[in-house]
Design a protein around this ligand. Structure first.
Ligand code: HEM
Length: 248
């Protein structure tokens, strides 16, 4: 069936995208090589990967393709997730002015999931879980979207209530399975601390510096919050907001 991808033009699109990424990574690597003598504390991930490749200090030898793959992984896993979490956080806050006001006072935040399913897993052996027979090599999707809206786990699951987490003892780091925005287990997100810090800083800046409102004439019930299905869950319609400086 592979010829179908040639007919639909998917293959040439993939090749084009691959070439653009590859050229971009070549530029990033050349830039880092040319900035020799970078102070130790200023080194970034690419500097460290190039150092490991050069001095052979790692048991695994790194090829240039390995380094490009890590850069791509970081871009793919780190940018959309962070931006989409912020996008949905602003959506919920703008639709719930009370929560917005509280967040401006306290900097509290609810946990919003950018990924509808986790990275797919495959069972290594036959196993029975909760009476379900799962044969070896079954592809398993963990539906975190559904878990976040399960009325057996959450009261008012469709309502944005960040205060539900105050004193609840439920943590988001992968130990409490009703809330796993960063996944769980050995393939969970390695950047939980970084991701949370990036979002908290960005959200705190936005809320500290501005008051946010819907455009005149638009009410919360008019906002189209349809979600696009994908590895990460974009809005299908961009969120339009009006920002007014918080301090005149
Ligand atoms: C709010 C921000 C973020 C959220 C919600 C998030 C969420 C996730 C989720 C759900 C997974 C899959 C976990 C699983 O299947 O068990 C994942 C994997 C991953 N994340 Fe994040 N992530 C965020 C930010 C970042 C950032 C900023 C980076 C890198 C700079 C990053 C790097 C990765 C990588 C490399 C993986 C793959 C790990 C593996 O497969 O072993 N993430 N993330």
């Amino acid at each position: 069936m592979e010829f179908v991808h040639s007919l639909t033009g998917m293959k040439s699109k993939l090749r084009y995208t691959f070439r653009r990424f590859d050229q971009f990574f070549d530029e990033v690597i050349t830039e880092h090589r040319n900035s020799k003598g970078e102070q130790e504390e200023k080194k970034d991930l690419v500097d460290i990967l190039l150092d490991i490749q050069k001095d052979g200090s790692s048991e695994i030898s790194l090829t240039m393709d390995n380094i490009k793959a890590v850069i791509l992984d970081m871009f793919a896993a780190g940018t959309d997730t962070t931006f989409i979490t912020l996008d949905w956080a602003m959506t919920e806050l703008i639709m719930n002015p009370n929560a917005m006001e509280k967040a401006q006072d306290e900097r509290s935040s609810g946990y919003i999931l950018p990924a509808p399913v986790l990275v797919p897993r495959e069972s290594l052996e036959d196993v029975i879980i909760d009476g379900y027979n799962i044969p070896a090599k079954t592809r398993i999707y963990v539906n975190v979207w559904g878990m976040g809206r399960d009325p057996e786990l959450w009261g008012n699951p469709e309502t944005f209530e960040p205060e539900r987490f105050i004193g609840s003892g439920i943590d988001f780091k992968g130990q409490d399975f009703e809330l796993i925005p960063f996944g769980a287990g050995r393939r969970s997100c390695p950047a939980i601390t970084f991701g949370i810090a990036a979002i908290e800083i960005a959200l705190a800046q936005l809320l500290h510096s501005f008051d946010w409102k819907l455009p005149p004439g638009l009410e919360a019930k008019d906002v189209d919050n349809t979600e696009a299905f994908g590895i990460s869950m974009h809005r299908t319609v961009p969120l339009h907001v009006v920002a007014k400086p918080h301090f005149d």
